[in-house]
Design a protein around this ligand. Structure first.
Ligand code: ADP
Ligand code: MG
Length: 692
């Protein structure tokens, strides 16, 4: 069965029941369904408002009485919007978001009905942790977990049909303290990179007190007509086709990228964008992607914590809004073989509380040195922890992109462009291996004179690199379209924190030995460039030559998830995450187990669907065709025609028969392999159980 690539353009008899979206200004609806600080000002007392603001900024915890006031204010606001229920909204390791709705409505002791939302309920809830993946934590630890309010991400209202629910962003932790979600570790990594960056920034600028990672994601997705998806059990259950036929016209004409958006998809886009604006998701860009029926959207970047929430919220909104248009959004990394897959580029940088983007070349020699410092430290972080970064994006579905010579490869390399390559060469080679004061002055001037050009000439984009510098940020392109960005962002910010800490220690060491601060910085950068330059690659990341070259350089190339995940539980990983207080040893082991389990289940479901389709759809169809051929041949024979007149039919019959045989044999092999894997796994599990 072939993918109807023209599906979204041509099934047009359906008129969407979506609300009429007037071409009003976006600013008119933006943030309408969000409890913003502005709304808070309106609905809270001075005391409650101040307390909320301090805690948003990462300050003091909110005490219970003030929490009570905040909760009442939130409810009062939500009720003006017709909200009846609330939920703690969190991101468990299933990959989806979780919510359990409770109504504001309750009964008092004397039976009177009232509406209530108290401080304790705002701060903490207890979903049953044992029903979410916890990778062995359940066995070793207390089964109960709780969700805790994260004031740094604003509450919002989700509208489904006529029902409206107030969602409180929370983190999800076990009673014994282990994190059971994506957000808690992310917040810890944000904290680690903040502390490490501030100490390094203070070499250059004493006014910096806080550094915040920023994230601007670009979300790729496919849109397919609902009726066509309903006809495919594989698309319905795995989000991708396991069998298919390459259509005559795929993406070979390269006519889809940036082409005009089909009308039906356009209506859908406007609808989900409008919903997103209400939720404060600052979408900015929409366009066609390379493959037929593939599209992309991207927001204005935000603080990483908020950007992660907004991305996962957007995926949810898109999926729901698509139904109104009788469309289905596929967020799978590779729904169809033979055409491009989908990624989620994570544009990442670090911003100071003084308004400086640390990965943007500066305006003065001093800020340029600060830029160079953060730039080189990022390269070193990726070089030193490439395996852990690779593990952070590993999933069964992303393997189809990373392992398949498609954008981007499983080899983690960094693209920096011609200009910065020259700058780094310059730093590396200047005066043998040692900097002196004169060198420093010259280099700083050189840097200053030429780096600003970079902003203009950042056109030499390399689309094949998994990690590319794009003028004022790095773009981590290997993240999967269906992934929660938090995983990649937790790792990236953790490795950055660790590298900057080492950098600070190295520079301070040289200063203690009597070196001038800026010389010490330059010498350390020079050393880092030499140590990590093998991760730099400017060529075609898809090419066979790169695979060979990368192997020669000793860069890891791990195409499959189970092996890639091993990097999460090495001594190196444990040390990295433990010293930065992101994951304990036990949390890492648990996450490793959860990710492996997810992989296994995904592959298992695909194998079952494959068996089902082959045995119950493909072979029966083939047999019907065989029967038709047989009766056709017999008929021609019966009327006395010579064998030459049905020789083609005989040839086709032979071919179909051979195919049926191959399919049947292969499916049996697949089932046997599945059973063998099951037996092996059960044996391992039994052994582990016995060891407890
Ligand atoms: P493209 O990569 O498709 O050319 P852009 O370069 O315009 O697109 O930007 C892609 C994304 O990068 C956008 O979401 C944008 O907001 C984000 N971005 C820009 N600057 C930063 C930054 N300093 N930190 C994080 N993301 C950023
Ligand atoms: Mg991009």
């Amino acid at each position: 069965m072939s993918l109807r690539t023209d599906a979204v353009n041509h099934v047009s008899h359906f008129k969407p029941e979506s609300p009429d979206i007037k071409s009003a200004k976006i600013t008119g609806v933006f943030g309408e369904s969000v409890f913003t600080t502005k709304t808070a000002r309106e609905y809270l007392s001075d005391e409650a408002y101040k307390s909320l603001i301090t805690s948003i900024k990462g300050g003091k915890k909110i005490d219970r009485t003030v929490a009570g006031q905040i909760a009442s204010g939130m409810r009062a606001w939500a009720e003006t919007k017709g909200v009846t229920h609330f939920t703690h909204w969190f991101q468990p390791l299933t990959g989806a978001t979780a919510e359990k709705h409770d109504s504001f409505f309750t009964l008092k002791g004397d039976g009177t009905a009232i509406e209530e939302f108290d401080g304790a309920t705002l701060i903490q809830q207890e979903p049953d942790a044992s029903s979410f993946p916890n990778g062995g934590l359940r066995a070793t630890f207390e089964a109960r977990g709780y969700t805790a309010w994260d004031p740094s991400s604003p509450p919002f209202i989700i509208e489904i049909g006529n029902g409206k629910t107030l969602c409180i962003p929370t983190i999800f932790i076990a009673y014994t303290g282990e994190s059971l979600d994506y957000k808690a570790p992310l917040m810890k990594a944000v904290d680690a990179v903040n502390k490490a960056s501030v100490t390094v920034c203070n070499y250059f600028d004493k006014n910096v007190n806080k550094v915040i990672p920023t994230l601007g994601w670009e979300q790729e997705y496919f849109v397919i007509d609902e009726a066509l998806v309903n006809a495919r059990p594989d698309l319905l259950q795995c989000g991708r086709t396991v069998f298919g036929f390459t259509p005559a016209k795929g993406q070979q004409l390269e006519d889809h990228y940036f082409g005009s958006i089909p009308e039906r998809v356009y209506a859908f886009m406007r609808d989900f964008e409008n919903e997103s604006y209400k939720l404060g998701i600052p979408l900015r860009t929409r366009h066609n992607e390379v493959a037929p029926a593939q599209f992309e959207c991207a927001p204005i970047f935000e603080e990483v914590n908020i950007a992660v929430d907004h991305n996962i919220l957007l995926m949810d909104v898109m999926t729901r809004v698509a139904k109104r248009h009788r469309l289905v959004v596929l967020l799978h990394e590779k729904p169809f073989a033979g055409i491009n897959g989908s990624g989620k580029h994570n544009n990442w940088s670090l911003a100071t509380d003084t308004g400086i983007n640390l990965l943007a070349p500066g305006k003065t020699p001093k800020t340029n040195l600060m830029f160079l410092t953060f730039f080189v430290n990022t390269i070193k972080a990726v070089h030193d922890y490439a395996d852990i970064l690779r593990a952070s994006i590993a999933s069964a579905s992303n393997d189809f992109r990373l392992g398949a010579n498609e954008a981007p490869p499983a080899i983690i390399s960094v693209f920096i462009g011609d200009y910065l390559t020259k700058v780094l060469n310059d730093v590396e080679t200047r005066v043998g291996n040692k900097f002196d004061e004169q060198d420093e002055a010259i280099l700083k001037l050189d840097l200053h004179r030429s780096i600003p050009e970079l902003m203009i000439d950042n056109t030499d984009r390399n689309r094949t690199s998994p990690f590319a510098f794009t003028g004022n940020k790095f773009e981590f392109r290997a993240v999967g379209s269906g992934a929660n960005c938090a995983n990649a962002m937790t790792t990236l910010n953790s490795i950055m924190a660790e590298t900057l800490k080492t950098f600070k220690a190295d520079v301070d060491g040289l200063i203690e030995k009597g070196e001038k601060k800026e010389i010490a910085i330059m010498q350390t950068l020079q050393k880092y460039i030499i140590e990590s330059k093998k991760v730099l690659f400017e060529g075609d990341g898809y090419s066979e030559e790169w695979h060979k070259e990368a192997a020669k350089r000793g860069l890891p190339n791990i195409p499959t998830t189970p092996l890639a995940l091993d990097a999460m539980v090495t001594e190196k990983a444990k040390k990295l995450f433990e010293t930065n207080h992101v994951y304990s040893h036990i949390e890492l082991e648990a996450r490793h187990e959860i990710e492996l389990e997810k992989y296994l289940k995904k592959v298992q479901i695909e194998a079952r669907i494959m068996g089902d389709l082959a045995l119950n759809h493909i072979i029966p169809t083939a047999i019907k065709y065989q029967n038709e051929l047989v009766s056709n041949i017999n008929g021609l024979k019966a009327v006395g025609l010579p064998e030459t007149s049905y020789s083609s039919q005989l040839a086709i019959l032979n071919e179909v028969t051979a195919h049926v045989h191959v399919i049947y044999t292969k499916v049996n092999e697949l089932v046997d392999a599945e059973r063998a894997a099951d037996r092996e796994r059960n044996a391992i599990e039994a052994k582990l159980e016995a060891m407890k």
